[in-house]
Design a protein. Structure first.
Length: 317
């Protein structure tokens, strides 16, 4: 390799910034532009907020493009004029059309945090957590018009564990993926790194998360409810309904087995020594909650405010 690979990065959320850090530190790469989604309204005041990748790039004087669509002649012209050798895609959030994919000499490469062809789609880590998996993988693939279906360049396992949230695991996965990518780039550019086609017959898919997906079904096991909290933290957060209002469960304490606390129908509330809720196989303790329209608070403060009137109530499943 005689000169650095002129690279354009496509990515939006904060947890893909580790990929940018790795690319910028790699002597074989020249990061010439960042493509991110447009600024979006955020927070209660709906003020425009810049993507983390845009902020990172601007702080380092790297050009940023934020097209509403990649299907216009204008963005194709802009990308063509960059004369990039390589596109790197990580959590960009929009499909990239064939006429854009074909621009760089060394193709467009995507970092996807699942064991492809498993969990193609936008929420692979949430899906793996919800399925009770404790390991997954990071896949490096070529971008093709069919979502997450391109040939594999590399794949490595990583632990999901039983504690970390999806947000924490995305950052971990993309950090690992960035390292994997720069490790294989020299061989890829030199034409000595092969690819492996995915087996489409083994493909599974995941979908965008909706707020209603996070409603708690108390007939599930305590482990399943805990996994739901991990998957849906920070957004949308898991919730139940109490007196017609959403009650978010922000944090959970240790599980309590029926050997310690007598079994009750799922959703039953016990306020003895904390805020405990019966599940399909025992009890689980909510240690921090947020009632609709209020700020998050400890379960102790919440119980103090309700006068412990929750005792014996049953939450909907």
């Amino acid at each position: 390799m005689t000169s650095p690979i002129k690279t354009v990065f496509f990515g939006t959320p904060h947890f893909v910034v580790p990929v940018l850090e790795v690319l910028r530190a790699c002597k074989d790469v020249e990061l010439i532009a960042v493509i991110a989604q447009p600024d979006r309204p955020s927070g209660r005041k709906k003020e425009l907020k810049s993507p983390a990748t845009k902020v990172w790039a601007q702080e380092r004087d790297i050009p940023v493009l934020q097209p509403e669509s990649l299907k216009t002649p204008e963005i194709e012209t802009q990308l063509r004029e960059l004369d990039a050798d390589l596109f790197v895609v990580a959590g960009y959030g929009m499909l990239i059309p064939d006429n854009i994919i074909s621009l760089p000499q060394f193709d467009a490469i995507n970092i996807h945090p699942s064991r492809l062809p498993e969990y193609r789609g936008p929420t692979p880590i949430q899906a793996a957590i919800l399925d009770g998996k404790e390991t997954s993988a990071v896949s490096i693939i070529l971008v093709r018009s069919k979502m997450d279906a391109g040939p594999l360049l590399a794949q490595e396992s990583f632990d999901l564990g039983t504690v970390h949230t999806s947000e924490e695991l995305y950052e971990k996965a993309f950090t690992q993926g960035g390292r994997m990518l720069v490790d294989l780039l020299p061989a890829w550019v030199n034409g000595t790194h092969g690819t492996t086609e995915q087996d489409d017959s083994l493909a599974t898919f995941c979908k965008l998360t909706k707020k209603e997906d996070a409603e708690i079904d108390w007939t599930c096991t305590s482990r399943q409810i805990r996994d739901r909290l991990r998957a849906y933290t920070p957004w949308p957060g898991i919730y139940t309904t109490w007196k017609g209002k959403r009650l978010k469960i922000v944090e959970l304490g240790p599980e309590v087995t029926t050997q310690i606390k007598e079994a009750q129908p799922p959703g039953t509330i016990s306020t003895h020594e904390g805020l405990h809720i019966a599940t399909g196989d025992g009890w689980i303790e909510a240690t921090q909650v947020q009632l609709e329209g209020k700020q998050p608070q400890s379960a102790e403060a919440f119980l103090h405010g309700t006068g412990r009137e929750l005792e014996g109530e049953q939450l909907p499943s």
